[in-house]
Design a protein around this ligand. Structure first.
Ligand code: NAD
Ligand code: IPM
Ligand code: MN
Length: 368
């Protein structure tokens, strides 16, 4: 029997609650298709800081490298928020594993489940037909640039005493833009053949280089794909003005972080937005949302972004398209039947029933 090793990273906050449901659904898939999914938990984030002072212990990285795929839930929380620039932060664990595994492409599919049309804060006619893929560059830009925080005379206040200064740098290399552009154009060819490249080329040098390189790759290798440039501020507006006109949206790391949370709300909840982080080796699957400290430990988090990340794992890492389709169908059925976690409950159907995290996972698993 075919067996895959899955490195599971529950992390913090709602992480352990939602990953349990992802594993449950994976087990149901394994049973149906006669495939073994061996899941082993490893430490990351705040949980790892508490256990050993390091948000990404070596053992976790080794286990991830030795696995067939990584399933991450979420990291972070107020417990580890600190103003001490030298203290470890949970988020560093996530950034490091992305960098170490070379996961430069983050795919965030924004799709509407018909049953959730009323759960969005946008009008149904605006979100009708929304189906976009945000391709976020994940290992460059501000997240990984040179940074510093220090005191000096320049930053002095009115009292003349040295004041604090800090900077982060936004840097991209040509090859980093070339490869993410190719990912976007390749994705577009399998979809509606349109790419919206989002930048701030009217202000930033990195963006001017981004635009130039994206166009060069387009003209030379993908002239059949429609390409538009959208400035990021305008893109933020257009996303809620004409979301259905976007197909593939490609952008740098931080713009993609911000725009994808915005786009998630089109689907009704951040708790619906899955993602796949891909490179040249082992891939990592993670919901786009965070550890939701405000609802952690209450058993009410929406596990669907995690479960739909498992769907992406089956599709991208294991070439199990039928099993992935099963998950999508099961989620669609559950929603069509009016079953909702609190974040997507909208009172739009008399059949609506609000479920907790575990019950939602059960409902999806039993329909596989
Ligand atoms: P968040 O995504 O955790 O939460 C934002 C809002 O969305 C909250 O109201 C939360 O309750 C809600 N929400 C998120 N996921 C949900 C789900 N599955 N079901 C129901 N509601 C959900 O963002 P935040 O509050 O800004 O950040 C909290 C912590 O998470 C921070 O420490 C941050 O660094 C971290 N974070 C981690 C990741 C990650 O691990 N990939 C992503 C984003 C934020
Ligand atoms: C995400 C998160 C992370 C990011 C944080 C937690 C480092 O917000 O996956 O979107 O900004 O990439
Ligand atoms: Mn984010």
């Amino acid at each position: 029997k075919k067996t895959y090793k899955i490195c599971c990273l529950p992390g913090d906050g709602i992480g352990p609650e939602i990953i349990a449901e992802g594993k449950k659904v994976l087990a149901a898939v394994g049973k149906k298709y006669g495939v073994g999914f061996e899941c082993a938990d490893e430490l990351i984030g705040g949980a790892a800081i508490d256990a050993c002072g390091n948000p990404l212990p070596d053992g976790t990285l080794e286990a991830a490298r030795a696995s067939d795929a990584v399933l991450l839930a979420s990291v972070g929380g107020p417990k580890w928020d600190t103003t001490d620039p030298n203290a470890p932060r949970p988020e560093q664990g996530l950034l490091k594993i992305r960098k170490e595994l070379g996961l430069y492409t983050n795919l965030r599919p924004v799709q509407i489940f018909a049953a959730l049309a009323g759960a969005s804060t946008l009008k149904p006619e605006v979100i009708d037909g929304v189906d976009m893929m945000i391709v976020r560059e994940l290992t460059g830009g501000l997240y990984f640039g040179r940074r510093e925080r220090f005191y000096d005379e320049d930053g002095a206040g009115a009292d003349g005493k040295p004041g604090q200064r800090a900077y982060d740098t936004l840097e991209y290399r040509e090859y980093e833009i070339e490869r993410i552009a190719r990912q976007a154009f390749d994705a577009a060819r399998k979809r509606r053949s349109k790419v919206s490249s989002v930048d701030k080329a009217n202000v930033l040098e990195t963006s001017r280089m981004w635009r130039e390189i994206v166009h060069r790759i387009h003209d030379a290798e993908y002239p059949d794909v429609e390409l538009e440039d959208v400035l990021v501020d305008n893109a933020a507006m257009q996303l809620i003005n004409r979301p259905a006109t976007f197909d593939v949206v490609v952008t740098e790391n931080m713009f993609g972080d911000i725009l994808s949370d915005e786009a998630a709300q089109i689907t009704g909840s951040l708790g619906m937005l899955a993602s796949a982080s891909l490179g040249d080796g082992v891939a990592l699957y993670e919901p786009s949302h965070g550890s939701a400290p405000d609802i952690a430990g209450q058993g009410i988090a929406n596990p669907l972004a995690q479960i739909l990340s498992v769907e992406m794992m089956l599709r991208y890492s294991f070439d199990m398209a039928d099993a992935a389709d099963d998950i999508r169908r099961a989620v669609t059925e559950v929603l069509d039947e009016g079953l909702r976690t609190r974040d997507i409950a909208d009172g739009s159907t008399p059949a609506e029933k609000t479920l907790g995290t575990e019950a939602m996972g059960d409902e999806v698993a039993k329909r596989i």
